[in-house]
Design a protein around this ligand. Structure first.
Ligand code: MFK
Length: 514
């Protein structure tokens, strides 16, 4: 009897493997930016298949633990993370995964360069991309709204390329009363009279229910100052530092780490703020509006990480299809298997095109080169992009796991993680329905619908019959809704948002020839 052992899938340089990324960057980046960015991406693509990947596996195998007390009963609330997780943080700083966006050496293209780094880093990061997303969002909110001395204190750390000085940020919105609906936030902010290194104005008391990346050095959070009205209009945005000079938690008590479906390496906690000094950012009562600029960045991160996740899943499936034989030939030579992969690859390319289009708009906004209509597109497409790429990532993860048959369902292949981690993309940073309603908010407040209609009616894709057909269907839906009331728009918000995602991604696929 001859023993048979199946060879598993393997990873190689994920930049070199990625025709879509290379084609896009070569078409969009000016030559001098390519000269700087492409060798760096090649280097990171190699790391994603070597050291980063092995650290990610270590971080997944040794999830964080919460140690509430020292051996003598003192409360310490230590969160212990693996060496893999620490190394992934160091690599993120060294590679400038956040900093590259803020150097702005290449104008709006700096964002594309940075998002390309994130795209390669994230599938080998054990979701260290989450703290990076919040770090980037916090950097942007501080850049826009913080007083000069606070910017001078925090930004050099958030944008550092030196692991010794690099800080990450948390974004603590969620409370027991709600994740999507923050109006019931019960954390209160009372005046803080003591001296503080970062100019604390308030002391915060309350419970935060889902604080991702609790090992961060700073956090942005929402709280209700004394006397402020109920509801979300009474909330303000606050900056806090988790630890004091002695490295003790700043009146913060960690209850426990969450036992989540996926993102196992990421320390997400429930915690109490017991008089934590914090500094108000922006005007009182503008908290939701101000934290929205964090959310808009983390939503774009979510999309870039979703396409990185799809690419990783498809790379594994493609590699395996040239190794696994069934019914007398390799999987890749079975027409039905090939067709299944082709459809998934097309979904990936659509999502890729839309993600980098929106990232480019963000880059333009950040350097003041965005037109009025592009600004409206950025506002309306950010929620659409996030919800659309998240749904596609879940579907692609599920199909890829299925392509491995039984092996895809067995933990030590690492494949089930694709499904578990894929599911988070649609949950955090706004669910599909909440984001569909956010698109309607942009329709109402920014008059985004006419801008989208103008974009679609004049896009190159109109020459393609399948696109023109979909466009007619979308117009028919709009026609019906125009005679309806707000409840009809709400009822159809998800259908509308998914249709905008379909049309936009198809149009960009054609425009970029991907
Ligand atoms: C892989 C990397 C991924 C990143 C991972 C990070 C992990 C972090 C884990 C988490 O923190 S998960 C928690 C994330 N939480 C959310 O995403 C909250 C989801 N809920 C919403 O987005 C709700 O729509 C919202 C809280 C904003 C509803 O609040 P309100 O107060 O009922 O909304 P309202 O009154 O419509 O808006 C208040 C103001 O904000 C308005 O401006 P005005 O005061 O001028 O009228 C809105 O226009 C503005 N606004 C709301 N959303 C906006 C926005 N402005 C710009 N962009 C937006 N997206």
């Amino acid at each position: 009897m001859k023993n048979f052992y199946q060879e598993g899938p393997s990873l190689t340089n994920s930049y070199r493997n990625d025709e879509t990324l290379q084609k896009f960057l070569k078409a969009i980046l000016p030559p001098e930016v390519q000269k700087k960015a492409l060798p760096h991406l090649d280097h990171l693509g190699n790391r994603a298949a070597t050291d980063l990947w092995s650290w990610a596996q270590d971080a997944e195998a040794r999830p964080p633990i919460h140690v509430p007390f020292d051996p003598w009963g003192r409360r310490i609330d230590d969160i212990r993370v693996s060496d893999g997780w620490k190394n992934l943080e160091k690599a993120a700083a060294e590679e400038g995964i956040v900093a590259t966006a803020y150097d702005r050496q290449h104008g709006a293209f700096s964002r594309i360069y940075q998002m390309a780094l994130l795209y390669l880093y994230s599938p080998s990061s054990a979701i260290f991309s989450c703290p990076l997303a919040m770090t980037d969002g916090a950097a942007r909110a501080l850049e826009l709204y913080a007083p000069q001395e606070l910017k001078a204190r925090a930004l050099p750390h958030l944008l550092s390329r030196d692991p010794a000085t690099f800080w990450t940020a948390g974004q603590w919105m969620t409370e027991r009363t709600g994740g999507s609906d923050v109006s019931g936030t019960s954390t209160d902010a009372s005046p803080y009279k003591e001296a503080s290194e970062f100019g604390a104005t308030h002391a915060l008391h309350g419970t935060k229910w889902f604080t991702s990346a609790t090992t961060s050095q700073i956090a942005l959070t929402l709280a209700r100052p004394a006397g402020a009205p109920a509801g979300s209009k009474g909330l303000s945005l606050f900056y806090l530092e988790l630890r004091d000079k002695k490295n003790h938690l700043n009146h913060i008590q960690i209850h426990r780490l969450k036992d989540k479906l996926g993102t196992k390496a990421l320390p997400t906690a429930e915690l109490n703020l017991n008089g934590t000094p914090a500094r108000m950012i922006g005007a009182e009562g503008e908290g939701v509006k101000r934290i929205a600029s964090v959310l808009n960045i983390t939503r774009i991160y979510n999309s870039i990480c979703a396409i990185g996740h799809m690419r990783r899943a498809l790379d594994l499936a493609q590699d395996y299809s040239s190794k696994r034989k069934a019914f007398g030939k390799l999987l890749k030579d079975h027409p039905l298997h090939k067709e299944t992969l082709r459809v998934l690859e097309e979904d990936f390319r659509r999502c890729f095109a839309m993600s980098f289009f929106v990232a480019h708009l963000l880059g333009k906004e950040e350097v003041g080169e965005i037109s009025a209509s592009e600004r409206i597109l950025l506002r309306a497409l950010t929620p659409v992009l996030k919800l659309y790429t998240a749904k596609k990532a879940i579907n692609i993860s599920s199909e890829v796991v299925e392509m491995f048959g039984g092996a895809g369902y067995v933990e030590d292949t690492g494949l089930p993680r694709l499904l578990r981690d894929g599911q988070v993309f649609s949950i955090w940073e706004g669910t599909t329905n909440v984001l569909s309603l956010d698109m309607l908010r942009a329709f109402e407040k920014e008059q985004a619908l006419p801008v989208l209609i103008e974009y679609f009616s004049t896009c190159e894709a109109q020459k393609v019959p399948a696109f023109a057909e979909k466009w007619k269907g979308f117009q028919a839906l709009l026609g019906k809704l125009k005679t309806g009331g707000p409840e009809d728009w709400e009822l159809h918000a998800r259908q509308l948002a998914l249709s905008v995602g379909d049309l936009m991604s198809e149009s960009l696929l054609i425009e970029y020839s991907l």
